[in-house]
Design a protein around this ligand. Sequence first.
Ligand SMILES: Cc1cc2nc3c(=O)[nH]c(=O)nc-3n(C[C@H](O)[C@H](O)[C@H](O)COP(=O)(O)OP(=O)(O)OC[C@H]3O[C@@H](n4cnc5c(N)ncnc54)[C@H](O)[C@@H]3O)c2cc1C
Ligand code: SF4
Length: 481
Amino acid sequence: MTDDTPVCDEKHNLKDMHKQPRTHMPERDAQQRATDWDEVPAGYTVEMAQREALRCLQCKKPLCVAGCPVGIDIPAFIKLIAEDNFVGAARKIKETNSLPAVCGRVCPQEDQCEKVCIVAKKFTSVAIGNLERFAADAERERGEIKIPEKQPSTGRKVAIVGSGPAGLSAAGELVKMGHEVVIFEALHKPGGVLLYGIPEFRLPKAIVNSEIEYLKKLGVKIEVDSVIGKVETVDELLNNGFDAVFVAVGAGLPMFMGIPGENLCGVYSANEYLTRANLMKAYDPDYATPLLKKKRIAVVGGGNVAMDAARTSLRILGTEEVYIVYRRSRDEMPARIEETKHGEEEGLKFMLLTNPVKVLGDDKGWVKALECIRMELGEPDDSGRRRPVPIKDSEFVLDVDCVIMALGTSPNPLVPMTTPGIQVTPKGTIVVDNETCQTDKEGVFAGGDIVTGAATVILAMGAGKTAAQAIDQYVRAKKSA
Ligand SMILES: Cc1cc2nc3c(=O)[nH]c(=O)nc-3n(C[C@H](O)[C@H](O)[C@H](O)COP(=O)(O)OP(=O)(O)OC[C@H]3O[C@@H](n4cnc5c(N)ncnc54)[C@H](O)[C@@H]3O)c2cc1C
Ligand code: SF4
């Protein structure tokens, strides 16, 4: 942010601003950014943010708020931006969303608040996500992050298993309520998918780390390298002084296609590939983490995870071509339009209506090609999308030396398997009461992807908040019993 000058002294008299085109957020040049790890969108200047804020009609019945899974008071924070009170805007968002700098970057606003924005009925919606990011960045960059008051200590202890958005948001709420909170994280760094899944060029790790430092300052303790279900079970946590446990272990178990050759060297799950690159710095020649240089990479899948894996592999030194291999057409691709656009600008090649049938290996057991078949679209399936149907005798061989499977993930099974008394669905998700996140087991709550299956950051955070309210009531009642 460079310019602190308000966009207009008479801003509240400005009419018809909503009819103006939505303020575009500048992006770094595609050729340049495809070779580095810096963030792609550059953020709004003060002038851009205020121009965009003035497009908001300050609706009496703001549909955007109903469209936000955590109910942020959107018109109120936008008004504060228009009034030059950027830090106030960030604090307004934080009343209901503890990770605004993250959500402003990764939330699918086009399917949530922005989709139902009144302005979108005739014009383009107010850029709510961009404004959320602007406010959160302004607060951080000005060093004005405020540590809120905590309630007096209750003497109650809560264990949180998993440090993704569900665990972090529950921790933030519970510590403010006066409880002692310890997060147990299996990996050596906290943050969950925010850290090991979503790449640096979409969500800079400094932002995730600053959110975690904020929680630590509030008093949250984080024990890394602690795989619950191995070092200790949930029952042991309950027997060793914790009054309640919140299970937020996510859905990181990769899925594969079950085709021949999937166990050849050079076939990765997207999760493994991204974890090596993001968390273990495999892209940096100064680190010894093994992520071998490959020239031609096929990423199988059409979702956001596929885009992240493909755009990451494009940035690894030595990569020449990266293909997205997807069995339906572009219209059915589940990835955000913005991610597909960014990937295409950076040089990804899209092989649509194409499905792999076999991974071919060389005599040393390494991938040398991917055999694929062409597809066409048939009748809609249960998801409402047109079913891909193979075209007879259309097989062909794609010359690649690495294959990344990005077909989705399922719930992490270790905690459900080692916690007798909690109910699990056939898909492996934990069954909870949606109003409270309470499982069938006394004192054990669960939320985020482990309950919903792979979903979104904001839904996981919403679950963390719901669970915190219920845990607070539970441990306080336990104290007075
Ligand atoms: C590559 C990728 C990109 C994505 N992009 C987006 C996006 O742009 N926007 C969006 O809204 N959503 C996105 N998502 C989805 C989103 O990140 C998840 O829905 C969200 O992170 C779920 O939060 P969570 O807290 O439930 O679980 P997670 O973030 O998965 O965190 C779970 C944590 O629990 C830890 N854990 C697991 N087992 C144990 C154990 N036994 N003991 C201790 N700790 C354990 C894990 O190591 C992890 O840190 C993306 C997901 C991926 C994989
Ligand atoms: S619906 Fe759109 S115009 Fe109305 S308050 Fe929300 S962001 Fe502003």
